[in-house]
Design a protein around this ligand. Sequence first.
Ligand code: FE
Length: 233
Amino acid sequence: MVDNFNPKTLHKISYGLYIITSKQGKRINGQTANTLVQISADPVTIAVSINKQNLTNEFIRQSKVFNVSILAQEAPLSLIGQFGFKSGRDVDKFEAVEYKLGANGAPYIIDSVLAYMETEVIQEVDAGTHSIFIGKVTGGEVLKEGTPMTYAHYHQIKRGSVPKTAPSYTPPQKERKDNTMDKYICNVCGYVYDPALGDPENDIAPDTPFEKLPDDWVCPVCGAGKDEFEKES
Ligand code: FE
């Protein structure tokens, strides 16, 4: 790290949240990404930065196409986790997800998505650990009206660590701090289970201690079991 650089400055950059999809022959894959930006208006081009270790990177490099699905604010953690914390090398990410194939043959997601765009890669920039793909937009449509998900919303609201100054903050019903109300963190994806908030996506009421969660409860983001969690220090 650079000496006079505070990495927390990076947390002040705002982003949206997207699912970037591509294909390789008949195979399809996709991943969650926040690093997407419009580059130009005529022609419309967009750029996305994708880690070279990801299968989606391999697919985009080979097929020269990628699609963008713009997530709605109410997109469930499970959908974001399905595309963000699993590898298409191990699982079929599209199982139980509603999608269609675009004119370029790559998929786009319909569930919890406001709009999608299809692109054709016109340039690839080697950025060390990542590739920046610049795509010319070849199609796309608005699927429904709504508020787009932001990266900040995903971290602050969806993960349950809400600042007390936020309008959406839910105060814990009990002020006491004892060992039955500890927060637990998922070792796989970093999701924090906050007993004061419960887990609304899995019908867990606020004020449910981690120890009282059903044995078959899984991380709402990545699907890891309770044994993958440890007490937050
Ligand atoms: Fe997790």
